[in-house]
Design a binder for this molecule. Structure first.
Ligand SMILES: [Zn+2]
Length: 478
């Protein structure tokens, strides 16, 4: 149960982002940047990061560029590693230059007084921006800044006989907000989205067998359902040494040095949700977490737990612990609750900044009790998290976890509900400097799920699924 978490996040946004105008903050940061005082430079660094977050949320590219420039300049003075921001800035500038050149190139035959239709079209189209891309119930969702018209989307299929690959291509008249991305769906070799032309985004599904693609354009979204058909296994005679079909032990060995922090939600004075049969969330998630730890340790991972007993821990101390342990992954384990006793399903969340409307809605549920918990450093860490590649990595991890759990449980149980992979502003994930996800293991308020959740065998199988998902993630993302 994370309502309080939502509220905190909303408050934090309101407090930190709307306090003063961008221009004011910028000019102040500029002053501080050139100060001789280290404290001032640090202040500038923090201000630039706040601006960066705001720019990301408002899709404000000019502000983003200024903020990135400031982060890099101040960060270097403070000997902070800002390589990721520097890269992002470079890409942003490269794209801008590219767009400029392209416009020049298009120009040669302009009519002196009327802007050409072509130029007008580019201008119009580039106003549509891709705001976010994520998986929802197994479907890929692309959300744009405005209503998308049918003629803006061109879908076609290709078959490359040379490489024996099927390609499914979406060309969309719009611009990509940030860098190109690779997405992951089991059964599909690669899914890539990139800015193909100044006013065109290209999304390509590539696979060695046929993929059934269905999509619909609804409002400002395209929802794509891509289902890989089963591969026809060809008998290929092994030439020399063929790798065995199952994952060899050596593969595990190469990834054993990874460190994982498991975070059982709540604890101590905070029971979390109390559900059917008065079962408490804090007990259920601790039991599952311990099994996850055991499974991962058996496979040679280094595992730490934020709590291994019935202890209360503040939210921000949980990710701080993971940062201290230099963890490669952070997995927070919770159980869901609902007034509707029928609500059920397993959900995995990853942190994303692109939920401002949701955050606003949640702001209504004011919660002032924990406001001291939002200190400056927590905010800082939050901004650290806003790196795009970390969001993508967390999204991938969430998908693998969800799949791992569903796959394992469905071997043994009927009626396992896939609640999907979702994004949200979770305070407990804020501050993690590594890919971080939160899994809701089911609804403790649902009779059937609650009964399963307190059952040791179910807990073990659930834990095994989480461990499988983690392993799958590491194998794919080495
Ligand atoms: Zn919870």
């Amino acid at each position: 149960m994370l309502k309080a978490v939502f509220a905190l996040f909303a408050l934090f946004l309101t407090l930190s982002l709307y306090a003063s105008s961008d221009a004011q903050v910028l000019s102040q940061a500029q002053k501080h940047l050139h100060s001789a005082n280290k404290g001032d430079i640090f202040r500038a660094y923090n201000d630039y990061k706040t601006l960066y977050l705001k720019a990301m949320m408002n899709q404000d590219e000019p502000l983003r560029e200024k903020a990135l420039g400031g982060i890099v300049a101040s960060g270097k003075k403070l000997h902070i590693d800002v390589a990721a921001y520097e890269n992002e800035l470079r890409m942003l500038q490269n794209r801008k230059n590219y767009l400029k050149q392209e416009q020049k190139y298009v120009k040669p035959t302009p009519k002196p007084n009327k802007p050409s239709k072509q130029a007008k079209k580019i201008k119009l189209n580039s106003a549509t921006k891709l705001k976010s891309i994520y998986w929802r119930g197994g479907k890929l969702v692309l959300r744009f800044s405005k209503r998308l018209r049918k003629h803006q989307v061109n879908y076609f299929k290709l078959y490359d006989a040379k490489t024996n690959r099927y390609k499914y291509v979406f060309d969309i008249d719009a611009s990509l907000l940030s860098r190109s991305q690779n997405l992951v769906k089991p059964g599909i070799e690669s899914i890539r989205i990139a800015q193909f032309k100044p006013n065109k985004i290209r999304l390509v599904f590539k696979n060695d067998s046929v993929v059934k693609i269905r999509f619909k354009i609804a409002g400002n979204e395209i929802v794509i359902n891509a289902t890989p058909t089963k591969k026809v296994k060809k008998r290929i005679k092994p030439k020399t040494k063929q790798p065995p079909a199952t994952v060899p032990v050596s593969k595990y060995k190469r990834i054993t040095q990874k460190t994982i922090v498991i975070d059982p939600g709540h604890g101590g004075k905070d029971p979390g949700a109390i559900g059917y049969g008065r079962y408490k969330e804090k007990d259920v998630v601790l039991a599952i977490s311990k099994y996850v730890r055991d499974y991962l340790k058996m496979r040679g991972y280094k595992v730490y737990m934020t709590r291994a007993n019935n202890r209360f821990i503040k939210l921000r101390h949980r990710t701080r612990y993971a940062n201290k342990k230099k963890a490669d992954l952070f997995v927070s384990i919770h159980a869901n609750a609902s007034k509707h006793k029928k609500a059920k399903g397993i959900e995995t969340y990853f942190l994303s900044p692109s939920r401002s409307s949701r955050a606003k809605r949640v702001a209504a549920m004011e919660n002032k009790a924990d406001i001291d918990d939002m200190n400056y450093y927590a905010k800082q860490s939050f901004l650290m998290f806003m790196n795009n590649h970390k969001i993508v990595a967390s999204n991938k991890l969430a998908i693998d976890l969800q799949q791992g759990v569903l796959h394992e449980l469905r071997k043994h149980y009927k009626g396992v509900v896939d609640g999907g992979v979702r994004e949200g502003p979770f305070w407990v994930l804020v501050g993690a400097q590594m890919p971080a996800v939160l899994i809701e293991v089911g609804f403790i308020t649902n009779k059937e799920e609650a009964k399963r959740l307190v059952n040791k065998t179910y807990q073990k199988r659930f834990a095994k699924g989480i461990a499988e998902g983690i392993e799958r993630y590491f194998i794919k993302n080495r």
